[in-house]
Ligand binder design. Structure first.
Ligand code: SF4
Length: 279
């Protein structure tokens, strides 16, 4: 099929998506980038959605092989914010005009249902903001309690739609349980943000094509594809990553297939105790 015909489709097979992910000709890639940009302009008034990200803890009881916050990494200094610090930072973010705040942590039991509920209530009392949580897989009761407290969004990446790749990452639970949690969050009325990591070891273009299709199947509200980036002192530190051009192509193909589905941009404000991680 001619590239012009293919990129003008509105429904794609996984094979077609995998084909687009492997385009080599500069001319064909430019067709695709132009089309993706047009869709972006058509569906989104502004290409930038700012949010404030508060990284409340660098403790984690899990051991994901790609993440430098994994518990076996003894080379980093761990710390966590207290409730008052988090609430104050949220107020500051709100004062700057940002209306959306992400509260993020690894698996840190210190932040139980009551503590997070208190933080949500307190922020909502003082600031007109949307609160999105990114606290990993938790119990249904915790999700429910935080929803009642005022959180409206939850970020839980499915990481890979291939269960074998998921289990090879040494992450919490199974692929099936992760999907079940995403469904629980949807059932509670959360705006759910999810997506996969791209460029993982042993991941093929066909896997990434399935990831893009899976975002449609889950009917996500916000979609994030995160480029895998090897981090020091992790089992994946010497694994090579995809180059920028391949990442750009992947994002353009995702826009082509997912069309009006929303996606997160980079945060405008980042309050982090440690540097970048891939949760
Ligand atoms: S990805 Fe999340 S759960 Fe896994 S080690 Fe890192 S912080 Fe912990």
């Amino acid at each position: 099929m001619q590239i012009e015909n293919l990129i003008n489709k509105t429904d794609f097979t996984s094979a077609e998506i995998a084909y687009l992910l492997q385009l080599k000709s500069e001319e064909e890639k430019n067709f695709l980038f132009t089309k993706a940009e047009q869709l972006e302009k058509r569906f989104f008034y502004s290409p930038i959605n700012s949010y404030g990200l508060i990284e409340i803890s660098t403790y984690c009881s899990e051991n994901c092989d790609y993440c430098r916050l994994r518990k076996d990494n003894t080379s980093i200094k761990r710390s966590r914010m207290n409730r008052e610090q988090i609430i104050e930072i949220a107020k500051e973010i709100n004062k700057s005009g940002i209306k959306s705040i992400v509260i993020r942590s690894g698996y840190d039991d210190f932040y139980n249902e009551d503590r997070i509920s208190y933080i949500i209530y307190s922020i909502k009392k003082y600031a007109d903001v949307e609160i999105i949580l990114s606290l990993g897989e938790r119990t249904f009761e915790e999700y429910k309690g935080w929803r009642i407290a005022g959180a409206t969004g939850y970020r839980l990446r499915f990481k890979s739609s291939n269960p074998n790749i998921y289990s090879s990452l040494n992450c919490f639970g199974t692929f099936e349980s992760r999907v079940e949690h995403i469904k629980q969050l949807k059932s509670l009325g959360y705006k759910v943000c999810s997506g996969s990591l791209v460029g993982l070891p042993s991941q093929t273009f066909e896997d990434v094509a399935e990831d893009i299709q899976f975002c449609k199947e889950l009917d996500l509200d916000i979609i994030e594809f995160l480029p895998f980036c090897p981090q020091n002192n992790t089992p994946f530190q010497y694994v090579s990553q995809w180059n920028d051009e391949q990442i750009k192509l992947t994002m353009a193909v995702a826009r082509l297939v997912l069309r009006e589905k929303n996606r997160c941009s980079k945060p405008r404000y980042l309050f982090s105790l440690e540097d970048y991680r891939l949760n």
